[in-house]
Design a protein around this ligand. Structure first.
Ligand code: NAD
Ligand code: UDX
Length: 452
C-alpha cells in the first residue's frame, strides 16, 4: 500500500511517522505546499517539536517515510490519500469568526480529482464540519476524469500536542466513518487493517460518516467544556476562600466525573478547542438550533473571561498599574512540551499587559523569539518586549513573574534566587497552579494561583 498525506503539520507529520513505523511494508509520503516546512522535515531540525518525534522520523525517513513538495505525483502514485490540511476559523464573508474555512480541504479534493488516474481512498484527517465528506465526494466525482473512483472516509485525529507520539502509539480509540455500501465497507476495512498493525481491534470504532465527523467536534467541545467549567468555579473559589485544586480533586474522585481535564488555568489555548467549538456553534445555528448554539458558545466566552480575569487580577494586586514595570512571562507555548503558540493564553495576557504599558521579559523553552514578536505584533527592536534565554534573566529586576505555560522546568527553578533579583514587593502569579503558593509566600513573594 502507498499512502500520501497532504499537509505536513502538527497532525500530518506525527501521524504518518507512526504509520510508517508500525507498518514497514507501507510507503508513506507526506506532501505540503510549504517548501520550508518540507525542508525542515528532511533536515535535522524538524519544524515541530514533539517528544519522541525526532527519533521516530530519524529511524523511518528514507526507508518508508518521505517528505516532498511533489503533491501531484505523490497523489497519482498512492492508493490512500489522507487530507490533513489546516481548517482554521473563517476570517471573511458569511460565518466569519465562527465557521470553518474549508478552502484548503476543497483545493485538495480538486487536486486529487484532477491528477488521479486510478481508484483512491480519500481520508479526511482534518477536523471538519459534519457532512463535509459529502462535499468532498461531490467534488471528486464531478471533477474526476480518467475513470478513477473515490471512496471518502472520515478518520478524525484525537492526538493532543505535547503527547502526540504517546497518543498515536496507544490511542483511546481510532474512529473510522464510511459509507455503508459494499465499496464503502471495503474501504473502511482497509483502513481498519492498517491501524490494526498496532491498535487492538476493539479500539477501532467504525461508524457512519456523519457520526465520525460530528464525534470529533463533540469530543473537543466536551473537553473544553470541562476546563471552562472548572475555570468558572475558580473565580468563585477566589471570592470565597475555597481552593480550586481541592474542589477539582474532590469532584474528580466521583467515578462518574473522573479526575482528568479538571486543571484550572489561565485558559485553554491551542489550535483546536476554540476553533472547533465555534464551528459547532455555527453548525447549530445553520441547522436552526440557537439554544444549542448558545449553550456551547458559553464555553468559549468563559475562556475569554478567564484570560481577561488573570490580567485584571495582576493589575489589582500591583496597585492598579503596571505602566513601565518589567514583568517576567515564564512560558509562551499554549501548553508544555510543544513549540506551538496558536491561541496560547500567553498571547492574550501579554497583549493586555502591553496595553497597560508594561515591559515584558518573556522566556519559553521551545518557542523561537521571532514567533513571540510576530504573535505580539511588535518589531524585534521594540524595547517593550525582551525575549530572554532563561527564566532568571527574565525575572531579573521584574516587579512580577507570571507563569503562563505548565513547563515542568518551572517547578524546579530557584525561586529564592528569583525573589532576590526582584524589586519588592515581588509578585508571582501562577497561571497554571504549578507551584506551592505557601512555599513562595514563605520566601517573601506576594504569590497567587488560579482559584486560590
Ligand atoms: P498545520 O497548520 O500544522 O498543518 C497543515 C499543513 O497543511 C500546513 O503545513 C499547510 O501548508 C498544508 N497545506 C494546506 N493546504 C495545502 C494544500 N492544498 N496542499 C498541500 N499542503 C497544504 O495544521 P495541523 O495542526 O496539523 O491541523 C491539521 C488538521 O488536523 C486541522 O483540521 C486540525 O483541526 C486537525 N487537528 C489538529 C490537532 C492538533 O493538535 N494540532 C489535533 C487533532 C486534529
Ligand atoms: C486537544 C484535544 O485534547 C485533542 O484530543 C484534540 O485532538 C486536539 O485538541 P491539544 O489542544 O493539543 O489537544 O491539547 P490539550 O491537552 O487538550 O490542551 C488544550 C489546552 O487546555 C491547553 O492550553 C492546556 O493547557 C489546557 N488545559 C488542559 C487546561 O487548562 N486544563 C486541563 O485540565 C487540561
Amino acid at each position: 500500500m502507498k499512502i500520501c498525506c497532504i499537509g505536513a503539520g502538527y497532525v500530518g507529520g506525527p501521524t504518518m511517522a507512526m504509520i510508517a513505523s508500525k507498518c514497514p511494508e507501507v510507503t508513506v509520503t507526506v506532501v505540503d505546499i510549504n517548501a520550508e516546512r518540507i525542508a525542515g522535515w528532511n533536515s535535522g531540525t524538524l519544524p515541530i517539536f514533539e517528544p519522541g518525534l525526532e527519533e521516530m522520523v530519524a529511524l523511518q525517513r528514507g526507508k518508508n517515510l518521505f517528505f516532498s513538495t511533489d503533491v501531484n505525483d505523490t497523489i497519482r502514485d498512492s492508493d490512500v490519500i489522507f487530507i490533513s490540511v489546516n481548517t482554521p476559523t473563517k476570517t471573511y464573508g458569511v460565518g466569519a469568526g465562527r465557521a470553518a474555512d474549508l478552502r484548503f480541504v476543497e483545493s485538495c479534493a480538486r487536486q486529487i480529482a484532477e491528477v488521479s488516474d486510478s481508484d483512491k481512498i480519500v481520508v479526511e484527517k482534518s477536523t471538519i464540519p459534519v457532512r463535509t465528506a459529502q462535499s468532498i465526494k461531490r467534488i471528486l466525482d464531478a471533477s474526476s476524469h480518467n475513470g478513477a473512483k473515490f471512496q471518502v472516509l472520515s478518520n478524525p485525529e484525537f492526538l493532543a500536542e505535547g503527547t502526540a507520539m504517546e497518543d498515536l502509539e496507544a490511542p483511546d480509540r481510532v474512529l473510522i466513518g464510511g459509507e455503508t455500501t459494499e465499496e464503502g465497507l471495503a474501504a473502511v476495512g482497509k483502513l481498519v487493517d492498517l491501524y490494526a498493525h498496532w491498535v487492538p481491534r476493539e479500539r477501532i470504532l467504525t461508524t457512519n460518516l456523519w457520526s465520525s465527523e460530528l464525534s470529533k467536534l463533540t469530543a473537543n467541545a466536551f473537553l473544553a467544556q470541562r476546563i471552562s467549567s472548572i475555570n468558572s468555579i475558580s473565580a468563585l473559589c477566589e471570592a470565597t476562600g475555597a481552593d480550586v485544586d481541592e474542589v477539582a480533586h474532590a469532584i474528580g474522585q466521583d467515578s462518574r466525573i473522573g479526575p482528568k481535564f479538571l486543571k484550572s488555568s489561565v485558559g485553554f489555548g491551542g489550535s483546536c478547542f476554540q476553533k472547533d467549538i465555534l464551528n459547532l456553534v455555527y453548525l447549530c445555528e445553520h441547522f436552526g438550533l440557537p439554544e444549542v448554539a448558545n449553550y456551547w458558545q458559553q464555553v468559549v466566552e468563559m475562556n475569554d473571561y478567564q484570560k481577561r480575569r488573570f490580567t485584571q487580577r495582576m493589575l489589582d494586586a500591583m496597585f492598579n498599574t503596571v505602566s513601565h514595570k518589567r514583568i517576567a512571562i515564564l512560558g509562551y507555548a499554549f501548553k508544555k512540551d510543544t513549540n506551538d503558540t496558536r491561541e496560547s493564553a500567553a498571547i492574550y495576557v501579554c497583549r493586555d499587559l502591553l496595553e497597560e504599558q508594561a515591559h515584558l521579559a518573556i522566556y519559553d523553552l521551545k518557542v523561537p523569539a521571532s514567533e513571540i514578536y510576530e504573535t505580539l505584533g511588535v518589531f524585534e527592536d521594540d524595547d517593550r518586549v525582551e525575549v530572554c534565554d532563561n527564566a532568571y534573566s527574565a525575572a531579573d529586576g521584574a516587579h512580577a513573574v507570571a507563569i503562563l505555560t505548565e513547563w515542568d522546568a518551572f517547578k524546579n527553578l530557584d525561586y529564592t534566587r528569583i525573589y532576590n533579583s526582584m524589586p519588592k514587593p515581588a509578585f508571582l502569579f501562577d497561571g497554571r497552579n504549578l507551584l506551592d503558593i505557601p512555599a513562595l509566600q514563605e520566601i517573601g513573594f506576594e504569590a497567587s494561583g488560579i482559584g486560590k
